[in-house]
Write a protein that binds this ligand. Sequence first.
Ligand SMILES: C[S@@+](CC[C@H](N)C(=O)[O-])C[C@H]1O[C@@H](n2cnc3c(N)ncnc32)[C@H](O)[C@@H]1O
Length: 154
Amino acid sequence: MGTGANLPFYPEGLSLTAIDFSSGMLDRAREKAKQLDLEVEFRLMDIQNLQFANHTFDTVISSCVFCSVPDPRRGLIEIHRVLKPNGRLMMLEHVCSERPVIGPMMNLINPLIARGLGENVNRQTGKILREVGFAVDEEHLWVDIVRLFKAEPS
Ligand SMILES: C[S@@+](CC[C@H](N)C(=O)[O-])C[C@H]1O[C@@H](n2cnc3c(N)ncnc32)[C@H](O)[C@@H]1O
């Protein structure tokens, strides 16, 4: 969920469950939901260890999350588990470029950024999505770094 920046963009009539492992972030998102008069179930939870039954959700959405999840593979396996078999996952994420020079440069600077800002600029989210069992359609929104992933359990 983060700060709840996405909350104004959800269509009306959805049943929304939002998680974050930071209680401070959830407080900010709760405030935003209140201002928007949105009903959201907020849960303090680690995406690497979701407290939901298998096949619970129709749709899972993340935006700019997987750069900071400590073990992205575990997080994506958990999403796969809690999605319904005909469910879908939509992610707006920045990842490592596959271009010569840019990609190796991102790998080179990643340890510094991870140490300083707690986020990673060299994640291979598309590759991991496919490895853990998603069929993936991806759109490159900025260079090949900011990508929109639309994925379904395969
Ligand atoms: C850059 S922010 C997300 C931005 C978000 N789209 C917003 O509206 O603010 C990344 C968020 O992911 C959360 N996060 C990172 N790793 C997580 C994990 N393992 N489980 C749950 N939340 C996590 C962070 O606490 C942070 O709030």
